[in-house]
Design a protein. Structure first.
Length: 95
């Protein structure tokens, strides 16, 4: 599975879970995953089980919501672009 970083080469995606201090770039700045989860009312006991997509360098690319929210699939970093085929693979992975 590949992801395209704006104006750069392709990256390999890695699925993991959140770590303390993780941030995602949204718009012009970085936001902690904790703040994102709070904004979408994700209960604290579920947050450690929500998949995170990372780039090779460990940077958070996307937050996935496989079972918590039916209308929200993932939040993508403003520095990245997912190709349509990669988006489809993620949707299949998330169920």
């Amino acid at each position: 599975m590949i992801v395209l970083k704006k104006q750069e080469k392709k990256n390999i995606l890695k699925f993991s879970f959140r770590k303390d201090g993780d941030k995602i770039k949204l718009g012009n700045g970085y936001v902690s995953l904790k703040k994102v989860f709070q904004k979408f009312y994700v209960p604290s006991f579920i947050r450690d089980f929500i998949p995170i997509i990372r780039a090779d360098n460990g940077e958070v690319i996307a937050i996935c919501f496989p079972f918590v929210f039916s209308n929200l699939r993932f939040i993508l970093s403003s520095d990245y672009y997912l190709s349509p085929s990669t988006r489809q693979i993620i949707k299949v992975y998330l169920g």
